[in-house]
Unconditional design. Structure first.
Length: 86
């Protein structure tokens, strides 16, 4: 499920890796460490590499709202199905 969501969110390999590790982290501390490491690496990027990452972030964030809406609809449908069967 995480891989499917991340694949729908971005096609950028660096972001896919980060998002996957972040979403699969077992604690908030682990997420903080991953986030800190990621942003430290981003700070080393320059020129075209940095622009590619910025563009990938922009595309990813545009995907978030539609994905959240789809998840919300699926949750409502599942809740309705459970309510009908019980």
């Amino acid at each position: 499920m995480v891989h499917d969501m991340v694949n729908r969110l971005t096609d950028n390999p660096a972001l896919r890796t980060f998002f996957t590790l972040y979403l699969m982290a077992k604690s908030s501390e682990e997420r903080q460490v991953l986030s800190k490491q990621f942003w430290q690496e981003v700070e080393t990027l320059q020129g075209a590499e940095l622009q590619v990452l910025k563009d990938a972030f922009s595309r990813s964030f545009k995907q978030l709202l539609p994905m959240v809406n789809q998840l919300h609809e699926k949750t409502l449908n599942l809740t309705s199905t459970i309510a009908v069967t019980t």
